[in-house]
Design a protein around this ligand. Structure first.
Ligand code: PLP
Length: 435
């Protein structure tokens, strides 16, 4: 599903030329989606358009959570950028008003918010605060976690692969195999794995600091269920004197349907929440929410100035996002349409030899693709499905430790008709797989 210049041969001339120019000037760490990359020029709602005006159904992008180029958000940005765009060192009502509204969506224990530009910076800041508060440095993360690109975030991101070393202060834990309905069994199994990792840190003289977890375990193949399985884990973490950092960069802002935050599905209260991606519907705003006592000493001793974090224009965008989420009832919509999409996918793939499971929450769904004979993960078939859908003008991608889990994660205003269009295209791509 990812493209580099190595596959330029089969592309039409203009695309090949642009890929070549890109390769010439952009650092080679970037990747393109799809065997045939798409040159996008505009977007609206859940639709993307290429240079020729071809429309694509976006079933992948979570950043434009209220829909691409939502008029309320673009108007707020356009209005603000013409009057003032400055930083957190000046007094301004909008940033205070936004912080109040954002905190109101969280557990009441979380009383302070700090703004950054990216999710990686939010994670980085969460780690600094956690270390300062606990005096420890040991971190526990999941086996294929992704938490970002700063040095500290990359050190806790095993999904970046073996050439990106984990910190010596980092331990990884596998998610429990059985993610069935038995919440107690799943939670207890996971908690004992986390306890063993904490014990191993202590055994090596590394005092425990925090357990950092994506609330839906996206890069681990999307494992949001059963709701509540994080409770015993958080108990273990707290008993060991550590903090629980909820990474809501993927799960947040209503994605999982029915609730604003992924941690709320587990009925736990994090010590720090990292937010990002959909927060500004594409404008670079991210941040953390935390318990005020964690910031008491850190705030007194450490100056934190993030030049662009919380600038006036991004705050205007973020405030508009909260308004749209509320006015268009998108959190509830994600639950309803996500349920419909999941049910339809489950029914369509039932008994299919290449599909092991359909899972997910709200409008974040996964289809696990396996080899019909051995039931081993099948990344090739997953890539064929991704590219097969792209050929039908429907966009998704794949994730998971073996890249065999299809990731279906559209902007939240995805309608019933969009869901049905997706299902039709998916059925055709799946049928093609058997040929
Ligand atoms: C769970 C999670 N945490 C953190 C990040 C980092 O966010 P950003 O790319 O905004 O730095 C990502 C980005 O994909 C993410 O998925």
């Amino acid at each position: 599903m990812r493209n580099t210049l190595a596959t330029i041969d089969g592309l039409e001339p203009r695309t090949a030329q642009l890929v070549a120019r890109r390769q010439q000037v952009l650092g080679p760490s970037y990747r393109l989606f799809y065997e045939k990359p798409i040159e996008l020029v505009k977007a609206n709602g859940v639709y993307l358009y290429d240079r020729d005006g071809t429309e694509y159904l976006d079933a992948y992008n979570n950043v434009p959570c209220v829909g691409h180029c939502h008029p309320h958000v673009t108007a707020a940005v356009a209005q603000q950028v013409q009057v003032l765009n400055t930083n957190t060192r000046y007094l301004a009502e909008p940033i205070v008003g936004y912080a109040e509204r954002l905190l109101a969506t969280h557990s009441s224990a979380l009383g302070h918010v700090m703004f950054t530009c990216t999710g990686s910076e939010a994670i980085d800041l969460a780690l600094r605060i956690s270390r300062y508060f606990t005096g420890g440095s040991g971190l526990v993360v999941t086996a294929n976690a992704y938490h970002g690109i700063t040095t500290a975030a990359a050190e806790i991101s095993p999904s970046l692969g073996p050439r990106v070393p984990l910190g010596t202060h980092v331990r990884t834990v596998a998610l429990p195999e059985a993610t069935g309905d038995d919440v107690r069994a799943v939670g207890t199994a996971f908690a004992s794995t986390v306890a063993a990792a904490i014990a191993d840190l202590e055994r090596h003289g590394i005092p425990f600091c925090a357990f950092v977890a994506d609330s839906v375990f996206s890069s681990d193949g999307l494992r949001p269920d059963p709701p509540g399985f994080l409770q015993p884990v958080v108990d273990v973490v707290r008993r060991a004197g550590g903090l629980y950092v909820a990474d809501e960069v993927q799960a947040g802002f209503g994605r999982t349907g029915g609730v604003m935050w992924g941690y709320q599905r587990h009925d736990v209260v994090p010590d720090i929440v990292a937010m990002g991606k959909p927060m500004g519907n594409g404008m670079p705003i991210a941040g953390i929410a935390t318990r005020p006592e964690l910031l008491e000493k850190f705030g007194a001793d450490v100056r934190y100035f993030n030049t662009f974090g919380g600038n006036s224009v991004c705050i205007a965008a973020a405030a508009a996002v909260l308004e749209v989420l509320e006015e268009e009832h998108l959190v509830e919509h994600a639950r309803a349409i996500g349920g419909h999409l999941r049910d339809s996918l489950t029914a369509m793939t039932a008994g299919h030899p290449s599909v092991k499971e359909v899972r997910g929450a709200g409008l974040y769904l996964a289809v696990e693709v396996v080899r019909p004979d051995t039931k081993e993960p099948d990344a090739r078939a997953a890539a064929r499905l991704v590219n097969g859908l792209r050929a039908r003008r429907v966009l998704i991608s794949a994730t998971g430790p073996s890249a065999n889990v299809l990731k279906v994660r559209p902007p939240l205003p995805f309608s019933q008709a969009d869901a049905d269009r997706f299902i039709g295209a998916f059925g055709d791509a799946l049928a093609e797989l058997e040929v």
